[in-house]
Design a protein around this ligand. Structure first.
Ligand SMILES: Cc1cc2nc3c(=O)[nH]c(=O)nc-3n(C[C@H](O)[C@H](O)[C@H](O)COP(=O)(O)O)c2cc1C
Length: 211
C-alpha cells in the first residue's frame, strides 16, 4: 500500500476557547475518563520519553496508575534504562494518543520517586504473577534465553508461593506536570491545540497554538 495515500479527515470534536481559563488537570482527567469509558484497550497507556546523561532520547509505553492533582503516577523498575535515565535527568515527557477520539495530549514535567510505603501498597495489590515477575526480572538487562528467564521466575515463585515483598529496585514515580497540550483533530488539518504552562506562582497560563 502506498503510505502517502493513507489519509483521513479528523471530524470528531473541537476545543473551545473558554478552555483557556480552565484547569488543565481537570480537563485531562475528563478526557481520560472519556477514553476509558470508550472501552479502548490499554486506555491508560502513554509513551514515556526520557533523556540519557549523554542527551539521547528514548521512549517506551508505560501505564498510568494514578492521577493525583498535577502528578501522573506510574510504576517500573528503578534500575531499568528509563530509571537510569531519570536518575541522571528527571525531565520527562508523557504522550497520550487516543485515536478513536482523534486526540493527543503532550505533557512535560519533572519526575521523582513516590514514597516507599506507597510503592509497597501498590506492589502488594498486584497479582502474584506480576510480583514474582518484578523480582525475577532485571528489567532492561540482557539475558541469554527466554528459558533462563522462565527458570528465574519459577525460582522466585517456588521460594515465595504466597507473595513477595516489593524489591527495592521496583516502585513508583510521579511526573509533576508543568506543561500540557491538548490536541483535537479537525477538518482540513486545521487542528485545535491549546497549551498550558505552569507559571512560577503555580498558576496556569494558556495559549492556542497553530496546528
Ligand atoms: C501496553 C504496555 C504497557 C506497559 N506498561 C509498563 C509499565 O507500566 N511499566 C513498565 O515498567 N513497563 C511497561 N511496559 C514495558 C515498557 O514499554 C518497556 O518495555 C520496559 O519498561 C523497559 O523499558 P526501558 O528499558 O526503556 O526501561 C509496557 C509496555 C506496553 C506495550
Amino acid at each position: 500500500m502506498a503510505l502517502h495515500d493513507d489519509r483521513k479527515e479528523y471530524v470528531k470534536g473541537s476545543l473551545d476557547d473558554r478552555w483557556l481559563n480552565a484547569d488543565p488537570m481537570t480537563q485531562f482527567a475528563a478526557w481520560l475518563e472519556e477514553y476509558l469509558a470508550s472501552g479502548a484497550d490499554d486506555a491508560t497507556a502513554f509513551a514515556l520519553s526520557t533523556v540519557s546523561a549523554e542527551g539521547q532520547p528514548d521512549a517506551r509505553i508505560v501505564l498510568l496508575k494514578e492521577l493525583r492533582g498535577r502528578d501522573l503516577v506510574f510504576f517500573t523498575n528503578y534500575a531499568s534504562k528509563k530509571g537510569r535515565d531519570l536518575a541522571k535527568n528527571p525531565s520527562a515527557h508523557a504522550l497520550f494518543f487516543w485515536p478513536s477520539l482523534e486526540r493527543q495530549v503532550r505533557i512535560c514535567g519533572l519526575v521523582r520517586r513516590i514514597p516507599a510505603h506507597e510503592s509497597d501498597a501498590y506492589f502488594a495489590s498486584r497479582p502474584l504473577g506480576s510480583q514474582w515477575g518484578a523480582v525475577a526480572s532485571s528489567q532492561s538487562q540482557p539475558i541469554t534465553s527466554r528459558a533462563d528467564m522462565e527458570v528465574q521466575w519459577a525460582k522466585v515463585q517456588q521460594a515465595n508461593p504466597n507473595g513477595v515483598a516489593r524489591p527495592k529496585h521496583w516502585g513508583g514515580y510521579a511526573l509533576s506536570v508543568d506543561r500540557i497540550e491538548f490536541w483535537q483533530g479537525r477538518a482540513s488539518r486545521l487542528h485545535d491545540r491549546i497549551q498550558f504552562n505552569l507559571s512560577a506562582n503555580d498558576t496556569w497560563t494558556a495559549q492556542r497554538l497553530q496546528p
